[in-house]
Write a protein that binds this ligand. Sequence first.
Ligand code: MG
Ligand code: ZN
Length: 215
Amino acid sequence: MEIKLMKNILGANDEIAAQNRKLFAARGVVVMNLMGSPGSGKTTLLEQTLTRLADKIKIAVIEGDLFTAKDAERIERAGVDVIQINTAGGCHLDAPMIQKVCASLDLPATDLLIVENVGNLVCPAEFDIGENFKAVVLSITEGDDKPLKYPLIFKESAATVLNKIDLLPFTNFNLPAAREDLTTLHPTIKIFETSCTNGAGLDAWTAWLLERTAR
Ligand code: MG
Ligand code: ZN
């Protein structure tokens, strides 16, 4: 029973996701679904990304959050259009939620729409929201075992951002092992090593985003 219910939910979600994807393509917007654990640094990475790309492309942001608007307020300070979705405890964003808020965005004026998903390494990867590609932020302090423990999100993502790389000397995170696990799970995955504290790797990350947006 439960399996059938889950299939129906995903089927309905995929239908709306396909409608979202069609709308984004028609409006010329590239959409990234940004995922990762709570505390991995998604919002901070986003702030740094917006600052670096502000004079190059027009970015809009959808912020998924369980209860608050704290992240959306931070993004608003960066001077971009941001829409908050409160899931009221829901642990992921789905396609209907995105469809509902799209009317409030100036899509034709937007080059790149970044959706910060709810902090969670599990179900955000299961729900297509109509994005062009997914990316996952994994911070060094979370441990190098996460790719093998949560394989789906890394298989689904075009890129993994290994964030807080400046903290590497203070942890037992095995960087070569993590890179190998990621590549084993997903041979074509792009891996970035970033620090939003000292700026390491952010130029490579934003250059990649620009290239994906231009496609
Ligand atoms: Mg956040
Ligand atoms: Zn969920």
